[in-house]
Structure formats: C-alpha cells, structure tokens
Design a protein around this ligand. Structure first.
Ligand SMILES: Cc1ncc(COP(=O)(O)O)c(C=O)c1O
Length: 398
C-alpha cells in the first residue's frame, strides 16, 4: 500500500502528523512502509524504555497471551500481584493501583488526595500544582496542568488546583490554606521543555508538606522507571513522597501505568476506584519484564553513563553552534536552541531519518531508549550537527 492509499482521514485529526506509516521497530530504529529507516530519539515519547519491540517484552506478552488475558478486575491475577510486589519492594510505597495511561494514574492520584482530605483534613481538596506542569489530558489532569495552551480549553475547568512556580518555595507557601490537601509535581517538567525541580527544592517541598500535613505527590510518568539514572527520580533528592504515579516506561511500549501510595496515604475504600482493564495480566506481564531488565546489575549505571555522554555531546554541539544550555538528567535532556527553530529542525531531521522532539519552539528534547548505544548517540548528533551547520549558514546568508 502506498502513502497515497492510506486512509488518514478516518482518524480524528487531533495533531499534525507526517504522512508516514510506521510498520516495524527494533531497538533504536523504526521503519516506515516504504522501507526507510529512522533512528528514534523519541521512543514513543519516552515510552519504549528498552527500545522498540524488546525481546523480553515481546516474549512476556506472547507467553501471557497464551495462558490468561484477563480474569476481570474482580479477581486477582499472578502478573499483577508480582508486579505490584516488585514495585513496592523497589520503592518507598506500600500499595499499588494499576491504570492504563498516565492521565488515568494521575486522575487516581487526584481522587486519592481528595479522599485523604475528606478522611483526614476536614474535607480539604485543593492540590497545589505548578505553572508549566503537565499531568495528562482528562478534564481533571488538564486542570491540574499548568500548560498555557490548555487554559482556554474545555471550560469550565475542574476546580481545586492552584498553581505555584517551580523551584520557588515561597510561591507554594503562599497558596497553602485550610483547603489544601496535597502538592503535586513532575520532578522534571518534560512537556514544558525539560525544566528540573532542584533536589534542594524537592527536599524543601517534602519538609514543607510534612510540616503542614499535606501529601506530596510526584508524577514520575516521564522520569520514573530508570529514565534519570535511578529507578525513580525522587531518589536523587533523598526524599520519600506519599504518592507517585508511573506510566510510559513502565510498560516498555504497552499501555500500563500505576498509582503508588504509602500506607497512610492509601485510603481508597471499596467503590472509590476501579476499571475494566486495570491491572490486567497481559500488561502486567510486560511491566514485570521491563522491571526485571531495569533491575539487572549495572543497568541503571549504564543509563546514567549514557546520559552523561549524550549531555557532553549536546554541550559540544551547543558550543560549536552558539546555542544555549543542556538541561535535564539521565536520558531526559533538552538542548536550548535560543531561537524558535525547533519545529524546523525536527522536520529536517525527520527527512534525514532521525526522530527528534521539540516540546517548545526553542528547545529539543532527547528521550532515547535507556539502552541507547554510543554509536546511536553519534549518529543522532552527527545529523543534528549537519542540520545546525546548514541552518547557521542560511542565517549568515540572510
Ligand atoms: C509527566 C506526565 N504526566 C502525565 C502524562 C500523561 O500520560 P498519558 O499520555 O499516558 O496519559 C505525561 C505524558 O506525556 C507526562 O509526561
């Protein structure tokens, strides 16, 4: 089938997409239906943490598919129990609720906080979130997000979210009232352009929320599952949050997400939360395969090393082309372009067979597979170097 014969119009037109259809993925690469190969530094938006179609995930899915797809969430299943146990053993949390998307996990975190407020804080329901934050696309998670483009959409918003400024503790303090029940943030704001909360800010936020009896909710949907060189980002700051959400990498490419809570925060009662596909054995089997791989000796060290290598290569490019800072941690990095040329670079790289992402007009975000190789990093930076050289020459001529 050629591009011209693909019926793109049968899908709702929710975003601009190139008229390309991907048919195969393996490790760091994707292939389209014309046989063209692309080096992938987006990896499904930081989803394919082990690369495309990793054998461990493919085999776990195939094996599980043959024995049990779902008994219904009214019953326990083995992969769900095993994955929850492994997540609890590897974190500071005591209980897990599985979801199908990051937004759904965050929606659950918001509900859990409101329930906690009802039980323990005289009905307090407000959650302090952050300008620039991104928590998903359900009504509540869009309302919790601090993304400017969301502001005019789908009014009226879900109430109960007040926005502080990242790394500004006073802006959080100023919003705390008797109505406040929690503070919720991404340790690194990904969609906003990779803006990290400092470890110091996270530490101070933990102390402040404890002092006021508030829950600290970390949205680790992008930063969790090894992305920043530790299994969970909160470990860098040496803190223990009350609630965490995971998504993206936890399923290694399949729709799986999770809401985790400490014993005192885990207060759902029967009827509060649920869902037909939540914690189904097929997705949880994939999640187990992912976690077992990330848990292998030296895996996280190799992520941290690859992150430092990518960071130094990006810094080299930045110095060579007069660009701005490289920010982020591990394998979630951004390059400040200083000019709104992100979309043009992404389009050029796509034509050259490299998939990049520009979450903001003046920034590129890099979120390759956690097992990205040095050769793949060189291939990407060589391509970017050539594009930036051409763009610089064009600017000089103009
Ligand atoms: C930090 C964060 N939270 C939540 C979400 C929403 O996850 P999903 O798209 O799986 O609903 C995302 C997705 O980009 C995210 O980066």
């Amino acid at each position: 089938m050629t591009h011209a014969t693909h019926p793109f119009a049968v899908l709702m037109d929710i975003t601009a997409r190139p008229p390309t259809v991907f048919v195969k993925g393996e490790g760091g690469y994707l292939w389209d239906d014309a046989g063209k190969r692309y080096l992938d530094f987006m990896q499904g938006w930081a989803v394919n943490c082990l690369g495309h179609s990793p054998p461990a995930v493919a085999e776990a899915l195939a094996a599980q598919a043959k024995v049990l797809l779902t008994p219904s969430p009214a019953f326990y299943n083995e992969p769900g129990l095993k994955l929850a146990k492994a997540l609890v053993e590897h974190s500071c949390f005591d209980q897990v609720f599985f979801a199908n998307s990051g937004a759904e996990a965050n929606e659950g975190a918001i509900k859990l906080a409101r329930k906690y407020g009802k039980l323990h804080r005289a009905g307090a329901y407000e959650i302090i979130t952050f300008e620039g934050g991104f928590h998903g696309r359900t009504l509540a998670t869009m309302s919790a997000s601090g993304k400017k483009a969301f502001e005019p959409l789908f009014e009226p918003k879900v109430s109960g979210f007040r926005k502080a400024r990242l790394n500004d503790l006073d802006s959080v303090k100023a919003l705390i009232s008797d109505n406040t029940v929690a503070v919720m943030l991404e340790p690194i704001q990904g969609e906003a352009g990779v803006w990290p909360a400092t470890d110091q800010f996270l530490g101070e936020l933990r102390a402040l929320t404890k002092e006021h009896g508030l829950l600290l909710i970390v949205d680790e949907i992008q930063t969790g599952m090894g992305r920043t060189g530790k299994l969970f980002h909160y470990e860098h700051a040496g803190i223990e949050p009350d609630v965490m959400t995971l998504g993206k990498g936890i399923g290694g490419g399949v729709p799986l997400a999770a809401l985790l809570a400490t014993e005192h925060a885990s207060c759902f009662e029967h009827g509060d939360q649920g869902g037909t596909f939540n914690g189904n054995p097929l997705m949880c089997a994939a999640g187990l395969a992912v976690l077992e791989t990330i848990d292998e000796p030296d895996f996280l060290k190799s992520v941290a090393d690859a992150g430092l290598f990518l960071e130094s290569e990006l810094q080299r490019l930045s110095a060579r082309h007069g660009l701005g800072e490289v920010r982020g941690r591990g394998l979630l990095l951004a390059l400040d372009l200083r000019l709104p040329i992100g979309a043009a670079i992404v389009a050029q790289a796509f034509a050259e067979g490299v998939l990049l992402n520009s979450p903001q007009p003046d920034a590129l975000r890099f979120m390759p597979a956690l097992n990205v190789t040095r050769e793949e990093i060189f291939e990407m930076t060589d391509c970017l170097d050539a594009i930036l050289t051409k763009a610089g020459a064009a600017r000089r001529v103009a």
